[in-house]
Design a protein around this ligand. Sequence first.
Ligand code: ZN
Length: 466
Amino acid sequence: MSERSERTAAYWCQYAWLADPTDGRSAVLADGVLVGISGDRIATIERGVAAPPAGAVRLDGVSVPGFANAHSHAFHRALRGRTHGRRGTFWTWRDQMYGLAATLDPDTYEALATAAYAEMALAGYTAVGEFHYLHHQPGGRPYDDANEMGRRLLTAAARAGVRITLLDACYLAGGIGEPVDAVQQRFSDGSAERWLGRVGALSTELDGGSDDAGRAQCGVAIHSVRAVEPAAMATVARFAAERNMALHAHVSEQPAENEACLDAYGVTPVGLLHRHGILGDRFTAVHATHLTTDDIDVLAATRSRCCICPTTERDLGDGIGPTAELRRTGGLCIGSDSHAVVDPFEETRAVELDERLRAGRRGVHDPGALLDAATRSGYAALGWDGGAVAVGGLADVVTVGLDSPRLAGADLDEAAGAIVFGASAADVRHVVVGGELVVSDGAHRTIDVAAELDRTVRRAWTLVQR
Ligand SMILES: [Zn+2]
């Protein structure tokens, strides 16, 4: 028996947002909740415990399920504070991002990702879906270990204490029918078969339990309809189906992507993915911003999920996706994508607040549903059966302090609304991942997060030619 399955711990929550065991979706606020942990899962939940018993770790505030950051490109964190004040579009921002992507090596990539994931842990993200496409050396030559860069991300997540699904992205073209450019050569395996060989090896290794903490798994991604042609898409999807993996793709982030797809194939990106059998309940469409009514119907009929990345979409001027209509799909979830902002509360409330701007009315998404999207639905999109404080579930819990100016005076009869609309990442006091305390009293237990971000971001930019 592994060390993981023998370990026990107990946490006493002043308040906890408990999943309703009858439907698994809705939740209720309870006070004085003793959570017993066995291994990395919740073994017992006892309500009405007035004070922490001896040996239990005290979590003052409201404990909610850990948040899932279902869409991340860790290295984009280096762009914050340096590019966001500028003019331009998604495409000019992408040029700046490519300048950075051209220079990173395994060491700088791992260091940046470690700091970025540690910032996520501090903010209350307990699981991350890393949409990984920076695979090879500049020029496209594989590293001696073809999965070197992906492995560095797994190490980074382990050091930061967050759960990771490594969504290895197939990326073969610079645009529909176009070769990859000089920077994009790093992203490409040259063919879907070579992508398959590389990712298959890593996935087999992870399934075999090489990650001792049980906090890492493989998923896959189709970068976009711009970067992967239909036959290659189908290869990726078949592989995901065989191994029952999460499958993600950037979908309709920009009108120009839709136009190029319509020109080349006569259908929208969602239509093209559907035509080639990509959609389904393991599939997540990232962004899903510029959709037709037919696109929404197809996403709903196939029970596909949609990952909304509001702070990035607003930063890049992408547009506002139709999240009210997308409730009919397999579920919404959130991602911080480019990390312009790393704050699950901001990301979650933006789903509703952007909808208010679009619809001209309030209360389209109710707070409990928003919390569910940011936790349970995000976990499901990443292939984890977590995201709820419930017996048998993964012991990933975030405690939001109630003593900050932001939440002072909050009515706990409306706890979900108070947290979603009032809290910020700065209110996260404690974070438990797999039963282990990763953040305690607002500090990461092993990493000085601000210092590591400062050091690694500055180091990365010294390498960029400007
Ligand atoms: Zn992305």
